[in-house]
Design a protein around this ligand. Sequence first.
Ligand SMILES: Cc1cc2nc3c(=O)[nH]c(=O)nc-3n(C[C@H](O)[C@H](O)[C@H](O)COP(=O)(O)OP(=O)(O)OC[C@H]3O[C@@H](n4cnc5c(N)ncnc54)[C@H](O)[C@@H]3O)c2cc1C
Length: 398
Amino acid sequence: MASTQTASRFLIAGAGIGGLSAAIALARDGTPIQVLERAKTHSTHGAGIQLGPNATKILDDWGVLERLSSKAVISEGIAIGDGLTGEHLATVPFGEAARRRYGAPFLLVHRHDLHQALAETARDLPGVEITMDCEVLAYKQSPDEIDLTTTKGSVCGRALIAADGLWSRLRPQIDAGVALQFTGKTAWRTLVDPGDLPEPLRGPQTGLWFGKGAHLVHYPVCGGEKINVVAVARERSGERAEGWNQEADPQSLLTCFESWDEGVAHIVRSGAAWRKWSLYYHPPLRAWTHGSVTMIGDAAHPVLPFLAQGGGLAIEDAAVLVKVLKEFDGDPAHAFRQFERVRIGRTSRTGYESRRMGKIYHMGGVLRLARNFILRRQSPETLLKRLDWLYRFGADTG
Ligand SMILES: Cc1cc2nc3c(=O)[nH]c(=O)nc-3n(C[C@H](O)[C@H](O)[C@H](O)COP(=O)(O)OP(=O)(O)OC[C@H]3O[C@@H](n4cnc5c(N)ncnc54)[C@H](O)[C@@H]3O)c2cc1C
């Protein structure tokens, strides 16, 4: 017979950003949690991640920001340039402006540091158990119980949150009708030493360079000890990579950037060990929820990375989920349906805007000239204000 703790616990598949966030949010509210993670150890690979005030505000409430602060860099803003000419086009100001406007900072961190801070916070909370090296294969549910089949045997609980990422194994059980579509683009990432870049490119901000069919992003991570570089470009080899850890031959990348401004191309040449991740588009799902099972993060609503918000949305999901559960007195089936209703608008808009931004970043010809003309005329304040819908978010606003 199941113990009271086992019968009342919520199961979470995946200890990524979304799964660990959900564990923290629910455990802070007194719900016992078991997180099941396929990997043997918490992710040490990956790249940098930008966290907008919508996410850092929630992390601050949970005490995660305190653990992260020595390794995070507070971003002064985004410097946008035309990568083909090296011309600076516009600045989106963060720093104090963002803190004043949104009540939280814009942070630049290494994924490993974020995972560590989330995992440590979760483990310190009573009622949280994290089982590594345990892949969730499928679930069955009866009115009172979820029964999981995992590589370590069967595990049961009261509800299931599938936070198993873009390539979710559980998604087809909830919504079988949707398939990932390859965008034809790949994100390459590497870390470089700040000393390898000229002074203006090392500062505490994001550099965002537009090019035809490609763009380049760089920003400091690990407290400023490294610069994270991500280049997104057309995949010429036809190869598709799942996860961040596939080694990448930089030759096609170097070829793509050789006609760019010398200063920008130098950033790409500074990278030694490149890894890559194929970019997939996922049409909106018909349903995220099936009885006492729901999905969060990339499993529910993967977004392309052009607004740097997939991780932020996963953190928001966790904060909203716990709020809705309280409203429904901990009844998962009703709360999960409401959670989906509350979140669908914001996550769909972010997905749509991310795709739109990708098209703008990669414009060529006359469209590129028109984009640059418009951007040169935008004041920093106007550009920041345009992002209010994204960054001015609290779990209350859903
Ligand atoms: C190039 C690029 C840049 C990005 N930049 C940003 C950014 O700057 N800011 C931002 O907010 N977001 C960014 N993102 C998006 C962000 O990385 C994702 O949205 C985020 O990681 C989603 O979190 P998640 O927890 O849903 O999924 P994941 O982080 O993918 O975690 C899923 C976890 O589930 C585990 N798992 C998978 N299957 C199973 C299973 N069957 N059983 C048990 N465990 C399982 C995995 O091992 C993993 O630990 C970027 C993405 C890309 C590709």
